[in-house]
Design a protein around this ligand. Structure first.
Ligand code: ADP
Ligand code: MG
Ligand code: MG
Length: 953
């Protein structure tokens, strides 16, 4: 019993109060005034500059802010102001700016001196509009205190409702509404929320239940000898609960519950600012790279009561379906409830369409608002509303988080509807989410055979199979061990975030489309099925039971987040329609809407991008795939990978171990045909696109046999004593191979290696060119720091080119350039550009050498660095623009000063990272290069970078 009642009431919120609240005439008269249509203005011309020293911005009949002021007012506050401006019904209130938050942390948690007076003026403005008064014993004004960061941070901050109640005002509210039960239920909720959020009365380590919940449970058992619904609690019960809650606060927090409304208000404001630095908020900010300096705003607003009776309720809705993109009114609500109940995703609410039956007028009003919102914001909105006695109030709106699939469909549909132009449509698809569209789906044949054991809401499209875990911590541990994980919960809460990040998919037994699980799925692109009520989760036993079958932790389940189905066991996956259509030429896939929309998006991207997108590919197949995705050539072909296959490694080892030039040449001669075939294959696959081929780069010892068995085997093959091999391996050992005998140093030490590679390139080029295919090799010398290094290698290449062209009686067009990947190379780029025909930034090594940080060893300290905000992001994933970026800028400027038409590209890992791509656009590179499956992401990011950076600078 304890389990259900705990689950029925979330930590932050409470379930609905008594069914009947018997509204009175008096109550109707004091209802919040709806803004008149006279007040409805077009928002755009009303833009208003920030006034110095203004910390409080009103919204309501008079509105100071607007939707463009998110940095100052936070997302919630700015949009509340914007909604007021366009005449939507918003309860009046004011926003305390993010500057106050910054001030608060910069000044030992204190406020600017003028804040108090400004807040008092804000309260007075609300009082005038509602004709209620804060702390009044006739008609008390109650407030909600709400956080609001610049970007919404779902679930991270705590909202306090019904603030302003005390032993006197509660009676006033009861008298005024004629409904003592309603008043005391508000009071009960308020003391509980305030005690928890502001006074910190929470579950202690080792406690299983929330202390307030324990008090409720105790009272139920004393008075009713069983668990009863909240709605069945009487006025006397609620009064007793309030008294016991206060005693609990006294006991746990060592203080009296604040009775003065003003004290309550300032305490709540401090708690919102304080929550900016709570663990959950910090984890979230880290994941989404939100700087802590941004701070949060605080919104103080008149309460409207969704819990005042049967013509009241609360809900959340999207103007379109954010999971799959379909244009339908999408959302849910609870009758006779305060909004937190819906947002917390604890009870499974009713779909918004059902509201038409309960309250048709309110439903039509919401439909009207849905249209107004989309026409005004020109994007899909996620909004929160409360209905008080049949009247709809808007409490929040923001651009709805959406899956990649929904983003794609929204952008195409809204373009077709004329709401947005095609460039906006391109911008509406988040580049770092695009790979969701390429993620596998379930194999149709296998899924037909699979056993559907439950169904739920399709909250995050895609296919996921994994071993189930019922708790976030264990899910994280399993994922760290390399297991595929499905996180299975009754419902999720912000505490589960780490587990949700680690899991391949999320399955919940309870909760609707606005539950925490669904929210996170939309945001992170997780495969998710929620509210699968057939699944019974037993945390104690660590099992999930469905239809009489029991699955233990570690057992396999599969979920289809597109259809909302749960399968027993692991189900095979198949390539997404886009991959099937482009790479496999599957005609059926090419006819799907998803495929066509994707192609349209890529066509738009192509027409607006300045930078090209190439690929890092070492095989013909990779090259073909990348070209199918729209790559325009190879930006990095690593030749060393070619030396590992089959018995090539023996010839390679023979070459390395050779004692003299003749022996080395003999071994190289064995490698030549392999390498020539490889290049010929790649040139054919490229069908005329250019190929940047990097000469041998890694330290030689990487190729050597290291185990005694390998050494003995090689000794046998080469007919030399094993000791010879051992001593050569020993000789080649390096203390710090990353900075050792590698890159162009190899070709300078052994020019015959570069000569062989050049010969392989040119002979292959001659062969393929004679087949009638255009060939454009671009030979790239790695790790150059001195112009003379490049000169020496370029001489070798040109000489071989002359010989091969004469032998083959062909003319080949080719280029020779270099990688810029050590700081000296970047700093002396003007000199190097005298020889180089192109630069390609090797940002992996450039980051390692500029930061003096080995990527392979950074795992032991980078997480700490991220935590302490020494680095904003992992510099090996997103280019460190301030540091490494300067080297890139210098090299670009100096290189082009010497050679204005110098071709510039980037082939490091960063070439597929949207944030880095913006930087490469800014510095004017000609192309980025990334792995084949990253090409669509890079194309979208390149197009968006071109659109967002004004051209002509
Ligand atoms: P979150 O950022 O977690 O969504 P909100 O500040 O939006 O928090 O508050 C959560 C819910 O509290 C809202 O969706 C709404 O239902 C309820 N709420 C907030 N302010 C008011 C208000 N002035 N009147 C009635 N309910 C409110
Ligand atoms: Mg909200
Ligand atoms: Mg390198």
């Amino acid at each position: 019993m304890a389990k259900t009642r705990k689950a029925a009431r979330p930590r932050r919120a409470s379930a609905a109060p008594a069914g009947k609240t018997g509204r009175t005439a008096g109550r109707g008269a004091t209802r919040v005034k709806r803004p008149t249509t006279k007040g409805a203005r077009k928002a755009a011309p009303a833009r208003r500059a920030k006034a110095p020293g203004q910390y409080v911005y009103l919204f309501g009949r008079k509105t100071d802010g607007n939707g463009s002021m998110k940095p100052l007012l936070g997302g919630k506050g700015a949009n509340l102001a914007e909604m007021c401006r366009i005449g939507l019904p918003v309860p009046p209130g004011f926003t305390i700016t993010t500057e106050v938050c910054t001030h608060y942390y910069a000044h030992t948690r204190t406020y600017p001196p003028t804040l108090r007076a400004q807040v008092q003026a804000g309260i007075a403005a609300i009082e005038r509009q509602t004709r209620k008064a804060f702390g009044d014993l006739g008609n008390p004004l109650l407030l909600s205190v709400r956080s609001g960061a610049r970007d919404s941070m779902p679930g991270m901050m705590d909202t306090i409702l019904n603030l302003g109640l005390n032993d006197e005002t509660v009676d006033a509210l009861a008298r005024k509404t004629g409904n003592a039960r309603f008043a005391w239920d508000c009071y009960r909720r308020f003391v509980q929320m305030y005690g928890d959020v502001v006074l910190g009365v929470q579950k202690r380590p080792g406690e299983d239940h929330d202390p307030f919940e324990m008090v409720i449970e105790a009272l139920e058992h004393e008075r009713y000898h069983r668990h009863i619904e909240d709605t069945a609690l009487t006025v006397e019960d609620l009064q007793e609960l309030v008294a016991r809650f206060k005693a609990l606060v006294r006991d746990r927090a060592g203080l009296e519950f604040p009775a003065q409304p003003w004290d309550q208000l300032m305490g709540a404001v401090g708690a919102v600012f304080g929550s900016w630095m709570n663990d959950r908020a910090i984890v979230y900010r880290r994941k989404y790279n939100i700087p802590s300096e941004w701070g949060t705003a605080v919104n103080v607003q008149a309460m409207v009561y969704g819990n005042s009776g049967d013509a009241s309720g609360s809900g959340v809705a999207f103007t379109r379906n954010p999971a799959n993109g379909v244009k339908e009114f999408y959302g849910e609500f609870l009758m006779n409830a305060q909004g937190e109940d819906v947002v917390a995703g604890v009870r499974t609410p009713e779909p918004v369409a059902e509201l038409r039956k309960h309250l048709p007028a309110a439903y039509h009003e919401l439909e009207r608002i849905r249209g107004v919102l989309e026409r005004h914001f020109k994007d899909v909105q996620d909004f929160e509303f409360t209905i008080e006695d049949g009247v709809v109030y808007m409490l929040q709106t923001r651009n709805g988080k959406r899956t990649a699939m929904a983003a794609l469909k929204f952008s195409m549909d809204m373009h077709r509807e004329g709401l947005i132009d095609w460039k906006t449509a391109v911008m509406r698809n988040p580049a770092d989410q695009l790979d969701q569209l390429l993620a596998p789906v379930f194999d149709t044949a296998d899924v037909d055979r699979a056993d559907v054991i439950a169904t739920g809401l399709p909250a995050g499209p895609g296919a996921a199979s994994g071993r189930i875990y019922l708790n976030a911590e264990r899910a994280v541990i399993a994922a760290e061990k390399g297991e595929r994980v499905l996180l299975v919960r009754v419902e999720t809460s912000p505490e589960d975030l780490r587990g949700m990040i680690a899991a391949d998919g999320i399955l919940t037994a309870r909760g609707g489309v606005s539950s925490h699980a669904a929210l996170v799925a939309r945001q992170m692109g997780k495969v998710c099925v929620c509210g699968a009520s057939g699944v019974e989760v037993d945390y104690q036993a660590r099992t999930a039971s469905v239809q009489g079958r029991t699955y233990a932790e570690g057992d396999w389940l599969s979920i289809d987040g597109t259809a909302g189905r749960v399968f027993a066991g692991a189900v095979k996956t198949a390539p997404s329609e886009i991959v099937a259509g482009l790479i496999e030429g599957d005609e059926r896939a090419r006819r799907t809407e998803k495929f066509k929309s994707f192609q349209q998006l890529m066509t738009w991207c192509g027409s607006v991008s300045r930078m090209q997108v190439r690929t890092n590919a070492d095989t013909p197949e990779q090259a073909r795939n990348a070209i199918a995705f729209g790559a325009t050539g190879i930006g990095l072909c690593r030749t060393e990978h070619m030396f590992f296959e089959g018995d090539r490694i023996d010839a390679m080892r023979e070459m390395i171990l050779a004692e003299d030039l003749e022996a080395r040449k003999a071994a190289l001669a064995k490698l030549l045909p392999y390498q020539r075939d490889d290049f010929a294959g790649i040139f054919r696959a490229l069908e005329g696109h250019p190929a940047t081929i990097r000469f041998l780069d890694p330290p030689l010892h990487e190729f050597l046999p290291h185990t005694p068995e390998q050494q003995a085997d090689l000794a046998g093959k080469l007919g030399v004593p094993v000791e010879t091999i051992q001593s050569r391996v020993h000789q080649l050992h390096e203390v710090n191979p990353m900075l050792g005998f590698r890159g162009c140093r190899l070709g300078i030490g052994y020019p015959e290696i570069s000569a062989m590679q050049a010969r392989a390139v040119f002979e292959a080029a001659a062969i393929v060119q004679k087949e009638g295919v255009k060939v454009r090799p671009e030979i790239m010398i790695p790790l150059v720091g001195f112009k003379r290094e490049l000169d020496l290698q370029v001489d070798v290449v040109h000489q071989v080119a002359r010989v091969v062209q004469a032998e083959q009686k062909v003319t080949l067009s080719y280029m020779v350039g270099t990688m810029i990947e050590v700081p000296r190379g970047a700093l002396t780029a003007d000199e190097i550009a005298q020889t180089a025909e192109f630069f390609s930034f090797g940002t992996n090594d450039l980051t390692q050498t500029a930061l003096g940080m080995s990527r392979d060893d950074s795992g032991s300290f980078l997480p700490t660095y991220a935590e302490l905000e020494i680095v904003a992001r992992n510099p090996f994933a997103t280019l460190d623009q301030t540091g490494v970026g300067q080297l890139v800028r210098i090299a670009v400027e100096k290189g082009r000063a010497t050679k204005p038409d110098l071709k510039l590209g980037i082939c490091g890992e960063h070439g597929g990272d949207p944030a880095s791509i913006v930087f490469f656009e800014q510095v004017g590179l000609d192309y980025v290069s990334c792995s084949p499956y990253r090409v669509p992401v890079a194309r979208l990011a390149a197009a968006q970078a071109a659109l967002s950076i004004p051209s002509g600078d």
